[in-house]
Design a protein around this ligand. Structure first.
Ligand SMILES: [Zn+2]
Ligand SMILES: [Zn+2]
Length: 143
């Protein structure tokens, strides 16, 4: 068993969530597709091994896992929610054409100073920087 899965199981238990096969299947799928898939994309993968699973079940489990901070929910450009196995501090570049999301782990942003307008009385737990633009493969299409 990979250490990701062990961590997932202990995370679930620590948060009082039972480790159902549906949750495990959703998590394994996120582990394998690191491109921030939508619920529908996860559904189409999970369905292969679990043909009886419904899209509603996938949605429900994704929401529960996101609420418990076991996965994170990304909604770039106010689009369909996308899901991310990485709940740690990292940032995203989003292509405005194909809606691809690229992870940007960058230490420079980790020490960003919090603007004074929000620093009093507001405890910042996390933040995300989102770069929007046109990705390599989309810009090639235009030339
Ligand atoms: Zn693109
Ligand atoms: Zn990400």
């Amino acid at each position: 068993m990979s250490q990701y899965i062990e961590l997932f199981i202990s995370d679930c238990k620590g948060k009082g969530l039972s480790v159902t096969y549906q949750r495990l299947a959703v998590f394994k799928c996120l582990m394998n597709c690191k491109n921030h898939p939508t619920a529908e994309e996860i559904f189409s993968h999970v369905k292969i091994d679990h043909p009886t699973i419904s899209l509603a079940t996938i949605y429900k489990n994704l929401e529960v896992l996101a609420q418990n901070n076991i996965i994170s929910k990304v909604t770039p450009l106010h689009d369909l929610a996308r899901f991310d196995i990485d709940t740690g501090l990292h940032h995203h570049a989003v292509c405005i054409k194909c809606r691809n999301i690229i992870d940007i782990p960058n230490d420079d942003f980790d020490s960003l100073s919090i603007p004074t307008q929000i620093s009093s009385g507001f405890e910042v737990k996390n933040y995300k920087i989102q770069f929007e633009g046109i990705c390599n493969s989309c810009s090639k299409l235009n030339h």
